[in-house]
Design a protein around this ligand. Structure first.
Ligand code: PAF
Length: 299
C-alpha cells in the first residue's frame, strides 16, 4: 500500500550521523527508504525524482549539498544557484519526510586523505575530459551519502547520463547494495532539458538553446530513418548546434553502460552532448530507440 504523503515540514538532518540514525530507525520500523541526492535549486526535474521516490518508498530523504569536490577551480561553485527556503517548501509540498542539509565542514572534515578515482572512458572521456576530477568528486559525495543514508533506492536524472553510469558502476564496484533508479529527463515546453543552470541564460540565449533539443530530434529522426553511422549522427547534431552559434564541447554516440564511443549506432546507445551558450555550459542526452524526439524539433 502506498504511504500517504506527509505535508508537514521535513525533519532537518545536518550531519551524516543524524542521517544514518534517521534512516536506520525507519528501517528498524520496517519502512523502506528512498533517497534523492541534489545540490538544491530544486526544479521540475528534481520534483519528478522526488515524486517517484515518494510513490515507491515509505520514507524519503532529499539531500541538499552543493558539493565543492565536483567543481573545477574555474567553474561555477560560488555562483551556483541556492534557494534553501523555496527548496524546503517544495519538499514539504511533495510529502518528503527528511532533508539532509550538511555544511561543507561536516561533509569534508579537515585532514581527509581518502579519495575515489573513476578511471577508464567512464571517468575520463567526454564530461570526464571536459571537467577533470568532476566524477571523482561526484563519486566521493554520492558514496558518502549512500553509506551514511543506507537507502533502499536512490534516484538520479537521466539528463546526467554519464553521472548515472558512474553511480551505477561505483555501487557495483564497492558493493554498496542500493538500487539506483534513473528517471527520464524533464523538458520545458520548447524541449530544453530542465537544469539548475538554465537560470544563467539571457532571454536571447534561452531562445538559441532550443537548438539543443532540436539537434537531438533531428538525429533521432535520422536514426529512425535507418542511419546507423555514428559519425553521421554526431555531425548532424554538431552542425545544428554550430548553426545556432553554440560552442560545441563534444557530441558522441556511446554505449550507456561504460560510455565507450561506438562506430555503428544501435538501439539503447545514447547521443550525448555538451555545448556552451555564452558562459553557460549545458549538457543533454537522448537514448536511441527509447526516447521520442524532444519537443522543439525544427525550431
Ligand atoms: O546531480 C547532482 O545534482 C549532483 O551531481 C549530485 C548527484 C547531487 C552529487 O552532488
Amino acid at each position: 500500500m502506498m504511504p500517504t504523503p506527509s505535508t508537514s515540514t521535513p525533519e532537518l538532518l545536518s550531519t551524516p550521523d543524524d542521517l544514518r540514525r534517521w534512516s536506520l530507525a525507519c528501517r528498524a520500523a520496517g519502512l523502506s527508504v528512498g533517497m534523492v541526492p541534489t545540490m538544491g535549486a530544486l526544479h521540475a526535474g528534481h520534483r519528478a525524482l522526488i515524486d517517484r521516490s515518494v510513490a515507491e518508498s515509505d520514507r524519503v530523504v532529499v539531500t541538499i549539498f552543493v558539493n565543492p569536490a565536483q567543481f573545477g577551480p574555474h567553474e561555477d561553485f560560488a555562483r551556483y544557484p541556492r534557494s534553501m527556503d523555496a527548496d524546503l517548501r517544495m519538499l514539504a509540498s511533495a510529502g518528503v519526510h527528511a532533508a539532509f542539509v550538511p555544511s561543507v565542514e561536516t561533509m569534508y572534515p579537515p585532514g581527509r586523505v581518502t579519495r575515489l578515482d573513476i578511471t577508464g572512458p567512464l571517468g575520463e572521456r567526454l564530461e570526464g575530459a571536459s571537467r577533470p576530477g568532476h566524477f571523482n568528486g561526484v563519486a566521493l559525495v554520492v558514496t558518502k551519502l549512500l553509506v551514511a543514508g543506507v537507502p533502499d533506492r536512490a534516484y538520479f536524472g537521466q539528463k546526467d547520463a554519464q553521472q548515472c553510469a558512474v553511480v551505477r558502476r561505483l555501487v557495483r564496484d564497492l558493493d554498496i547494495g542500493v538500487e539506483i533508479v534513473v528517471c527520464p529527463t524533464v523538458r520545458d515546453t520548447d524541449g530544453l532539458a530542465i537544469s539548475s543552470r538554465n537560470v544563467y541564460l539571457s532571454t536571447e540565449e534561452r531562445v538559441r538553446a532550443r537548438a539543443i533539443p532540436s539537434s537531438l530530434a533531428t538525429a533521432i529522426a535520422q536514426f529512425e530513418a535507418g542511419e546507423r553511422d555514428a559519425t553521421a549522427l554526431a555531425t548532424t547534431v554538431r552542425s545544428c548546434l554550430e548553426n545556432a552559434g553554440l560552442d560545441v564541447d563534444y557530441v558522441a554516440v556511446v554505449r550507456a553502460e561504460d560510455f565507450t564511443e561506438v562506430e555503428r549506432a544501435a538501439p539503447t546507445n545514447q547521443i550525448v552532448l555538451a555545448a556552451r551558450i555564452g558562459s553557460t555550459r549545458l549538457i543533454d542526452v537522448v537514448r536511441l530507440g527509447v526516447d521520442t524526439a524532444p519537443v522543439g524539433r525544427g525550431v
